[in-house]
Design a protein around this ligand. Structure first.
Ligand SMILES: NC(=O)C[C@H](N)C(=O)O
Length: 325
């Protein structure tokens, strides 16, 4: 029997076209995906809503929170068996991870997008949308958390990242791989999402900054952040999570002011951890009170800290929360 699937459009290349005169890819006034609505009925009973029409670099955590509210409201009415969200690919992994952390449901929530706009040769939008609807209709997708479906692969929100600027195979899960694949006739889950956590948030009033480290980094960048009004800072460290010595005084100042500092690695494989005891080494930063996190990238650690700092009952033990995934 066909399932009832809610499709929430948010914008992105999947809802854009190329202007033949200028060559620029731009949003449409009318979402081109709505021309395809009838075709989708072959796969599920679909209901579509246009939540936003935003290029995904315009997405903010407040938009993500609005999306969460839309989904929570529909779940309350038990109308849908699954939800598909169309989204720009640039920040798709961030919205997916935000929803993974803040939605407490077992029904499939699938994000998808496109690398080629609606009127480009080899456009992948409608293909990915159909694949996402098929996965959202699968019983095996229940309880797997928020998933990303692109290019015939299924990825867990916590692991997936955009790896190529333009290739249709851009979404990868470094060190873990996809958890499933899609063929013409089957949807095959070969792994399960291993760890899920839920944080209740109603509003996002706290701010979290993120900094990428590099050789020869100047001290003033961290100093500036410590003077600005941030409630938390994520640092993308080098290697196992080490930083140039120049920024250690700034980090000390943040910690002394009670601002949590979470360290991830700018490497896309492996786990950041306190190993080195030299100035700026991870062991030294950990001893100072910096929090190391296991395996998520900087943009996701930033959302995780944002969600933790905005948690409704403020009960999260930050180091434990960051060591859990
Ligand atoms: N392929 C895409 O969707 C990229 C686009 N810039 C976006 O994220 O909105």
């Amino acid at each position: 029997m066909k399932k009832n699937i809610l499709i929430i459009h948010t914008g992105g290349t999947i809802s854009m076209h190329v202007n033949e005169e200028t060559g620029a890819v731009v949003p449409d006034d009318i979402n081109p995906l709505t021309r395809e609505s009838e075709k989708l009925q072959k796969f599920a009973n679909t209901t579509e809503i246009d939540a936003f029409n935003l290029p995904s670099p315009h997405m903010t955590p407040d938009h993500m929170l609005q999306l969460r509210t839309i989904i929570m409201n529909t779940l309350d009415h038990n109308t849908f068996d699954g939800v598909v969200i169309t989204h720009g690919t640039d920040t798709l992994e961030e919205t997916a991870y935000f929803l993974e952390l803040t939605l407490n449901t077992s029904i499939p929530i699938i994000l998808t997008g496109a690398m080629r706009s609606s009127n480009e040769l080899g456009s992948d939008g409608i293909y990915n949308l159909v694949a996402a609807i098929r996965v959202a209709s699968e019983d095996k997708a229940h309880g797997q958390g928020v998933l990303v479906v692109m290019n015939d692969e299924i990825h867990a929100a916590a692991n997936v990242t955009k790896t190529s600027t333009s290739n249709v195979a851009t979404f990868q899960s470094p060190q873990y791989g996809p958890i499933g694949l899609i063929t013409v006739s089957t949807i095959h889950f070969h792994h399960s999402a291993i760890f899920r956590e839920y944080v209740e948030v109603q509003q996002l009033t706290k701010r979290v900054a993120m900094l990428k480290t590099y050789a020869g980094m100047d001290a003033d960048i961290v100093e500036a952040i410590s003077l600005a009004d941030y409630d938390g800072v994520v640092i993308e460290g080098l290697g196992q999570g080490n930083v140039p010595p120049s920024i250690v005084p700034g980090i000390k100042k943040l910690l002394a002011n009670g601002i949590p500092v979470v360290v991830v690695s700018r490497c896309f494989n492996g786990i950041a951890q306190g190993v080195y005891g030299y100035v700026g080494g991870g062991k030294m930063l950990e001893d100072l009170g910096a929090i190391y996190t296991t395996g998520i990238n900087g943009q996701k650690a930033r959302l995780k800290l944002l969600v933790a700092l905005n948690q409704v009952d403020c009960s999260i033990d930050l180091p434990a929360f960051f060591h859990s995934n």
